[in-house]
Design a protein around this ligand. Sequence first.
Ligand code: BEZ
Ligand code: FE
Length: 298
Amino acid sequence: MQLVTQDNITDVVTEALGRNGPISDRQREILSGLIRHFHDFCREVKLQHDEFLYACDFLARAGQTCDGKRQEFILLADILGIEVLVDMLTNPADGGETESTVLGPFYRENPPVLPKGASTILKHYDNEETVYFEGRVLDTNGAPIEGATIDIWEDAPNGLYENHDHDQPDYNLRGRFETDADGHYAFVAVRPVPYPIPDDVTAGELLRAMGHHPNRPGHIHFIVSKPGYGTLVSQVFDADSDWLDNDSVFAVKESLVAKFAPTNEHETDLHCSFDFKLREGGLDEKDLLESIGSIEAA
Ligand code: BEZ
Ligand code: FE
């Protein structure tokens, strides 16, 4: 009989891995790491039973919050900086490609396919500032990539994404564009405004427990893809936005910050230019979205 103690419980549990059926090396690596770190965490903070029960109830309530529109566990992972860390481990951007950052919960697959330079704006707001957003998609040697697909999505000037706001038309401020022979793309959008991530349920409870806030700096989301190149999931941040140094989900990277400058051209208020670099090889868009388990938010 094996007697468990505070000191041997981690080894006892780890040794049970695979005892009743084969597991892969990766399963063993992940589960033994998980067990070791969780046990050390409990020992370090001397976790008490009432705190353990609170955590179980918290996770149960987080699960009950999830539906086709809301993935509370990704939000919780974002608030703890876990999604951005996993993204950096998955996409180290060490080959000259554009840095990636978190997908977030508001992506919708199959946005409207629009011609180069078209507007994604389907509803106007008094406080909106329009922007002509353009740039090129290049490989890591700087050669243009023709026929790359660019999905974009952003919040409206009221701080809400279209799929979380009944007052916006379907697919407002979303679009899919394609690069020309020069790798060039362009679209018209609005200056993205800062917004709070959903903080009404367990995400808000965690933020309050951390003494943190829910706000994100203004940003436009991008997925840039072309078969044969790694799909890039990223965001471009407004250099003049509030919360740039204090993002609730820690997703800002310096290389992704761009100036939205006043312009007299393009019949827009602002102009912004941003080039994307894709790395050769890697997951294509379909594989990537499957691996992300993206939510088709209704
Ligand atoms: C977003 O940028 O849309 C987002 C990212 C992480 C959590 C919530 C929202
Ligand atoms: Fe966002």
